[in-house]
Ligand binder design. Structure first.
Ligand SMILES: Nc1ncnc2c1ncn2[C@@H]1O[C@H](COP(=O)(O)OP(=O)(O)OP(=O)(O)O)[C@@H](O)[C@H]1O
Ligand SMILES: [Mg+2]
Length: 341
């Protein structure tokens, strides 16, 4: 419309904070009977303090393997075979196991989909939080219980003094997930990695947990990597979004651009298959097929066999992630597009 006039210095000139997490060309391999596979195949990303990066993609695209790779937790015989993971400037790839454990415990916390697998059924929830605090912070013994109760209060658990002495099975799924978050936050992480933290919960509890993560992030300034297959979750909490397909990031953009101006046909497909209450059910378009496993990748663009816009050239040449706009990159020969037909 009109010409933009500047009444003062543009806010964008404020220097960007150094990233908490900076990943470059990360590759994770497994030796299998089918040969060497790469469930994570050249991933780069960065997350600044107080920001949330959402990582989305269908089942099997490599989200969990990526999160395990960031933490140095790839199960053997898998290993991080290349690239760099810098946490607060410190290189983690190649760090000895012991040093890595110390970093992991102190600066990074991880929460998983199913809290029952991470909580110990024979110890009280309070006892487990006390252990987490003892392992990570210097708190005098006489203060431990109060700190743990405070951690329960921080995740909005009602009557935390009473809950302290209860066992995990006495809590609802949503409460258990809150306890998990309390344990994760007890070590005051600079980075929280959450892999499908709300998938097992009903939508009301899910919304509460996501709000809670946002509030706690505002209080503590931690960076969050949130992994999910649910674009609704991403819309609610992420600042930026990385869309993953077959071990790679195929689109990366601020959350608004992902929803308003998606550039990769896979992202467009994911958006098409996201149910929207206000729209006609007939508009639900699912992408046919599934993510190819890492031992059966097609030649050229990995999405080409499922892509409604794929042509012969797409099936020959593997597109690199390239800028389509400021802060917006896509790995598609046909990007940037005005609108796909
Ligand atoms: N231990 C393993 N050994 C070999 N391949 C594995 C192993 N674990 C996972 N994979 C493969 O790595 C690929 C990525 O799996 P991953 O679990 O990261 O997917 P995901 O995106 O987290 O899926 P979901 O949404 O179902 O959790 C899949 O093809 C999977 O079969
Ligand atoms: Mg997973």
């Amino acid at each position: 419309m009109g010409v933009m006039t500047l009444a003062g210095p543009p806010p964008a000139l404020a220097p960007a904070a150094a990233p908490v997490l900076a990943v470059r060309d990360l590759v994770t391999t497994f030796e299998t009977p089918n040969g060497t596979i790469r469930p994570v195949d050249g991933v780069s990303l960065a997350v600044a303090p107080g920001r949330t990066l959402g990582i989305v993609g269908e089942s099997g695209c490599g989200k969990s393997m990526l999160s395990l790779s960031l933490m140095g937790l790839v199960p053997p015989p898998g290993r991080v075979a290349g690239g760099s993971v810098r946490l607060e400037g410190r290189e983690l790839v190649g760090l000895p196991a012991r040093a890595l454990r110390a970093v992991r415990g102190n600066r990074v916390a991880m929460i998983f989909q199913e809290p029952m697998t991470s909580l110990n059924p024979v110890h009280t929830v309070g006892g487990q939080i006390v252990e987490a605090i003892r392992a990570h912070r210097r708190v005098p013994a006489r203060r431990l219980r109060a700190e743990a109760v405070e951690a329960l209060r921080q995740v909005r658990i009602p009557a935390p003094e009473r809950r302290f002495d209860e066992y995990p099975h006495q809590l609802s799924g949503g409460m258990r997930q809150r306890v998990m978050i309390a344990m994760a936050l007890a070590c005051r992480p600079a980075l929280l990695i959450a892999d499908e933290p709300t998938t097992a919960l009903d939508v009301t509890i899910q919304a509460q947990i996501l709000d809670l993560l946002r509030d706690l992030q505002a209080e503590t300034g931690m960076a969050i990597v949130l992994i999910t297959h649910d674009l609704g979750v991403v819309a609610q909490v992420a600042d930026e979004v990385a869309v993953m397909y077959a071990g790679r990031i195929v689109e990366h953009a601020p959350v608004g651009a992902i929803f308003d101006d998606p550039q990769h046909p896979y992202t467009i497909g994911l958006l098409g298959s996201m149910p929207r209450m206000e729209e006609d059910v007939a508009r639900l378009v699912a992408i046919g097929g599934t993510v190819p496993p890492p031992f059966r990748l097609p030649p050229g663009c990995r999405f080409a066999p499922r892509c409604p816009f794929g042509d012969a050239a797409c099936r020959e040449r593997d597109p690199a992630l390239a800028a389509v706009a400021d802060g917006h990159a896509a790995a598609c020969r046909k990007a940037p597009v005005e609108a796909h037909p």
